[in-house]
Design a protein around this ligand. Structure first.
Ligand code: HEM
Length: 281
C-alpha cells in the first residue's frame, strides 16, 4: 500500500490538482456519460491511473463520516501524503473544497500543459491558473517521482525522418548517451508497454535529483528540458541541482502545492460533496 500511495496516488492526485480546469474540484475523477466526454477521457489524461485507490479512500470516509469530505479534499490530501510517504516535505492542507459537477474532455485537451511546451507556453498556462514562473520550475520537481510511457517523450528520440519513418535525429536538448539508453527501452514512437523512470535511480523518493538530471540535459520531457532555456528557471534548476539547497526546495514545493491546491476551489453552497468520486450525486 505504501508503494501504491507513493507512485500511483501521486500522479493522479498531483496531476488532478494541477488539472483544476473548473477549479480544484475533482472533476478529473468523473466518468464520461452517454452525452458527455469527461476530462478523464481527454487524450492528455489517458495515462492517469489510481482512480480505484481514490474511490477506496473515499468509500472509507463515507462509511465513517457520510457527506463531509469532498473528493477534491481527498485528492489534495492524497497528493500531500504521497509526497510525505516518498520522504518529501509535509505541508498543512486547508480543507472545505467542494466537488464540481462538470467535466469536459475538450476543455482538458485545450488547457493542459503539453509535454512539448516551452517555458513561455507553460508559463502562460500556469499563469492562467494564478501560478507563476517559480511555481512552474518548483512544481516540475514533482517529476522526481514516477514513470512515463514512451509516447510522452519518444518524439525526442525518433524524429520520423529515418528508415520506416522511425529513426532520425535526436532532440539536441537531450543528452545523447541518455537518448541511447532511452531508445533501448522505447523501440518506437508509439510503444505503450514500456515505462521509464522520470528520475532514474530514485523515482520512488522525493528528492532533488530530478534537478541534477535536468541540469545534465537528462530531463525526460521537452517541458523538463525547457527549464534550461529560460534564465529564471535555469538559475533555479542549477541552484537546486547543487544539492546544497534541498531544504529550500522542500519549502518552495510545499508553498507551491498549497497555492496550486487553492486555485478556483468551490466552497460554501457551490458544487456538492459527492458520494462516489466517479459520478455527480
Ligand atoms: C509543467 C507541466 C507538466 C507537464 C507537461 C507534465 C507532463 C507529464 C507527463 C506526460 C507524465 C507521464 C505520463 C505518462 O506517460 O504516463 C507526467 C507524469 C507525472 N507528473 Fe507531470 N507534468 C507537468 C507538471 C506536473 C506537476 C505540476 C506535477 C505535480 C505537482 C506533476 C506530477 C507528475 C507525477 C507525480 C508523474 C508520475 C506519474 C506516474 O508515475 O504514473 N507533473 N507528467
Amino acid at each position: 500500500m505504501r508503494r501504491e500511495i507513493a507512485s500511483v496516488y501521486t500522479y493522479i492526485s498531483m496531476h488532478a490538482t494541477q488539472n483544476k480546469l473548473q477549479g480544484c474540484d475533482a472533476s478529473v475523477l468523473l466518468e464520461s456519460t452517454d452525452d458527455n466526454v469527461a476530462e478523464k477521457d481527454a487524450k492528455p489524461n489517458k495515462s492517469l491511473r489510481g482512480f480505484s485507490s481514490v474511490e477506496r479512500v473515499k468509500a472509507k470516509l463515507e462509511a465513517a463520516c457520510p457527506g463531509i469530505v469532498s473528493c477534491a479534499d481527498v485528492l489534495t490530501l492524497m497528493s500531500r501524503d504521497a509526497v510525505v510517504l516518498a520522504n518529501g516535505p509535509f505541508w498543512p492542507v486547508a480543507l472545505g473544497r467542494r466537488d464540481g459537477r462538470v467535466s469536459s474532455a475538450t476543455e482538458a485537451s485545450n488547457e493542459l500543459p503539453p509535454t512539448s511546451g516551452d517555458v513561455p507556453l507553460l508559463a502562460k498556462i500556469f499563469a492562467s491558473k494564478g501560478l507563476d514562473l517559480k511555481d512552474l520550475v518548483v512544481l516540475s520537481g514533482a517529476h522526481t517521482l514516477g514513470t512515463a510511457h514512451c509516447p510522452s517523450f519518444a518524439d525526442r528520440l525518433y524524429n520520423g525522418t529515418g528508415e520506416n519513418g522511425a529513426y532520425g535525429l535526436v532532440d539536441p536538448s537531450l543528452d545523447s548517451e541518455y537518448a541511447d539508453k532511452l531508445r533501448l527501452k522505447c523501440k518506437s514512437l508509439d510503444d505503450r508497454t514500456m515505462l521509464s523512470e522520470m528520475d532514474p535511480g530514485s523515482f520512488k523518493t522525493f528528492d532533488t535529483s530530478y534537478y541534477r538530471h535536468v541540469a545534465k540535459r537528462r530531463g525526460l520531457f521537452r517541458s523538463d528540458a525547457a527549464l534550461l532555456f529560460d534564465a529564471t528557471t535555469k538559475d533555479y534548476v542549477q541552484r537546486i541541482a547543487t544539492g546544497k539547497f534541498d531544504g529550500e526546495f522542500f519549502r518552495d514545493f510545499s508553498e507551491s502545492m498549497i497555492k496550486m491546491g487553492d486555485v478556483g476551489v468551490l466552497t460554501g453552497a457551490e458544487g456538492e460533496i459527492r458520494k462516489k468520486c466517479y459520478a455527480p450525486n
